[in-house]
Design a protein around this ligand. Structure first.
Ligand code: PLP
Length: 400
C-alpha cells in the first residue's frame, strides 16, 4: 500500500455560497433564464444525431444574432477571450500588419494577442473616453499597409461605445483589411450587422449580452475571410484547440475536434432561442429603454456618468464615484444589505452596472437603483434617491 496524502478538509458549497443568491448586475456574468440553467445541467453525447440537430440550430440562430449568412459560425470552449484568440490566431499570421484600434482594456487585449501570434500591431488609441474617430482611422489606414483591423464595439472597461463601427469596418474594407470585432458585451443588446457592415470576424462570450453561462463562446468568420485567409493557409496556426479548420470538422462536418462542452452548448442554444423568440428589434428596444431609464435615474439622483452621451455605451453603465466615497464600501453594502452585486473597474474610480440580457428588466432595475442609492448614502454621498427612482419609473413607462 503506497502512502497517500490525506484529503483536504472541505466545506460543502452551500456553506460558501450566500443563502440568498446575489442579483448579478455587474459587468458579467449576468443572470441566466431558468431554461438556460436547466439546459446547462444536461449531458448528452457530443457526437451523433441529437447533438447534430442542436448544432444546426445553434448555427442558424448564431447567423441571426450576428446577421450573417456565413457558414462559418462556431462556438469555442472557453471565455470570450478564447473566441477573441481564435479569431486572431486564424486571421493574423506572423508578419501580418494589424491596426489595433483601442479604447481601453479589452481592445488592448486584442493587440496583445496579435503580438503573441507574431503579428505586428500598430496601436491607434482613441481620444480619452471617446469612441474611435473615423477620420483618424482613415489617416492611419492611408499611412500603413495593414492586413487586419481590430476593434471593440462596446469597451466594457470604461463604458465607451464605438458608435462609428459600421463606417470604420467599411472603411477598413476599402483599404483591403480584414476586420475583427469584439462584441462580447454588446451582441444582441444593440445593432450589429456582420454582412452588411462587412465584418470578417465577430466574437462574443456567453455571459454577457446573450445571458448564457460563461465558458462557451460564439464566433463567426465571414465567407470571404475564410476563403482568403483560412482555407488557403500554408502554415498551421499556433493553437491546436483554436484552429478554425479543425473546429470546422465539428461545426460543419459532424466529426470530432475536441469533446465539445455539450452542456454549455445546450445552454447557449436556449439563450439564443430566447433571443430569436424575442426578436432582435424588440431586444434592442428593451435594452435601450432600460439602460436609458437607469442612466436617467442615476443622474437625477445626483450622480455623474463617466462618459458623454455621444460616446456612451448602453450595455454597461459607468458611474463616477463621488469624492470622499469609497467604491468598495458601496459595493460591499450593496451585496451585504441588498443582495445586489455590481462591478468596480480596472483602475478607474467608477462603478459599473450592466444592462445585458436579463439585467435589462424593470424589476431588476428598481432593486438595483434603490440598492445603489441607499448604499451610496450609507457610504456618505448626498443623494436624492426618491427623485432618481421616480425619474427611472417615468422613463421606463414611456413618459420620458
Ligand atoms: C468581458 C469582455 C471580454 C472578455 O471576456 P471573457 O469571457 O472574460 O474572456 C472581452 N471583450 C469585452 C468587450 C468584454 O466585455
Amino acid at each position: 500500500m503506497i502512502e497517500l496524502l490525506p484529503p483536504p478538509s472541505i466545506v460543502p458549497l452551500d456553506h460558501i455560497l450566500p443563502d440568498e443568491p446575489l442579483l448579478m448586475m455587474g459587468a458579467g456574468p449576468v443572470p441566466i433564464p431558468q431554461k438556460v440553467a436547466a439546459a446547462n445541467s444536461i449531458v448528452i453525447n457530443h457526437l451523433g444525431e441529437t447533438m447534430s440537430r442542436v448544432i444546426e440550430q445553434v448555427k442558424d440562430m448564431g447567423r441571426y444574432v450576428f446577421q450573417t449568412e456565413s457558414s462559418h459560425v462556431m462556438a469555442v470552449s472557453g471565455p470570450g477571450s478564447a473566441a477573441m484568440e481564435m479569431a486572431v490566431a486564424n486571421l493574423v499570421t506572423p508578419g501580418s500588419r494589424v491596426l489595433c484600434i483601442t479604447n481601453g482594456y479589452f481592445s488592448q487585449r486584442m493587440a496583445e494577442m496579435v503580438r503573441r501570434v507574431r503579428g505586428e500591431p500598430t496601436i491607434l488609441e482613441a481620444h480619452h473616453n471617446e469612441g474611435a474617430d473615423v477620420a483618424l482611422v482613415e489617416r492611419a489606414l492611408q499611412q500603413g499597409q495593414f492586413d487586419v483591423v481590430t476593434l471593440v464595439q462596446g469597451e466594457t472597461s470604461n463604458t465607451v461605445c464605438n458608435k462609428n463601427l459600421n463606417q470604420i469596418a467599411k472603411l477598413a474594407k476599402r483599404y483591403g483589411c480584414l476586420v475583427i470585432v469584439d462584441a462580447v458585451c454588446t451582441l444582441s443588446t444593440m445593432p450589429l450587422a456582420m454582412d452588411s457592415w462587412q465584418v470578417d470576424a465577430i466574437i462574443t462570450g456567453g455571459q454577457k449580452g446573450l445571458s448564457s453561462i460563461p465558458g462557451v463562446s460564439l464566433l463567426a468568420f465571414s465567407e470571404s475571410a475564410w476563403a482568403k485567409k483560412i482555407a488557403p493557409r500554408k502554415e498551421l496556426p499556433f493553437h491546436w484547440c483554436l484552429d478554425a479548420q479543425l473546429a470546422d470538422k465539428f461545426w460543419n462536418q459532424k466529426s470530432y475536434h475536441y469533446t465539445a462542452p455539450v452542456s454549455g452548448i445546450l445552454a447557449l442554444h436556449e439563450a439564443l432561442r430566447l433571443v430569436c423568440e424575442e426578436t432582435l428589434p424588440q431586444r434592442f428596444e428593451r435594452h435601450l429603454r432600460c439602460s436609458e431609464a437607469l442612466q436617467a435615474g442615476i443622474e437625477t439622483m445626483g450622480l455623474q456618468l463617466l462618459i458623454e452621451k455621444q460616446h456612451r455605451l448602453n450595455s454597461v453603465v459607468g458611474i463616477v464615484v463621488p469624492d470622499h466615497v469609497s467604491a468598495d464600501v458601496v459595493r460591499a453594502h450593496m451585496s451585504k444589505v441588498h443582495k445586489v452585486e455590481i462591478s468596480g473597474a480596472f483602475g478607474l474610480n467608477i462603478l459599473r452596472i450592466g444592462q445585458m440580457g436579463e439585467q435589462s428588466r424593470a424589476y431588476n432595475l428598481f432593486r438595483t437603483l434603490h440598492a445603489l442609492g441607499s448604499s451610496m448614502r450609507a457610504a456618505g454621498a448626498e443623494l436624492d434617491l426618491p427623485a432618481g427612482m421616480a425619474e427611472m419609473e417615468r422613463v421606463l413607462s414611456g413618459e420620458g
